[in-house]
Design a protein around this ligand. Structure first.
Ligand SMILES: [Zn+2]
Length: 46
């Protein structure tokens, strides 16, 4: 059961962080730029 993701996106411009628990496949935009993912696909945890 892992349709749950734990991804944190952050904005370099303002430092805003958004945590994703569900990947909707969209792109987050903040300050007019796409937010960057902080931790890339982590799947070594169970
Ligand atoms: Zn921002």
């Amino acid at each position: 059961m892992s349709d749950r993701v734990d991804k944190t996106y952050f904005c370099r411009t303002c430092g805003n962080e958004v945590k994703f628990v569900k990947d909707g496949g969209g792109q987050l935009i903040c300050c007019g730029h796409p937010m960057e993912i902080r931790k890339p696909g982590f799947d070594g945890e169970e």
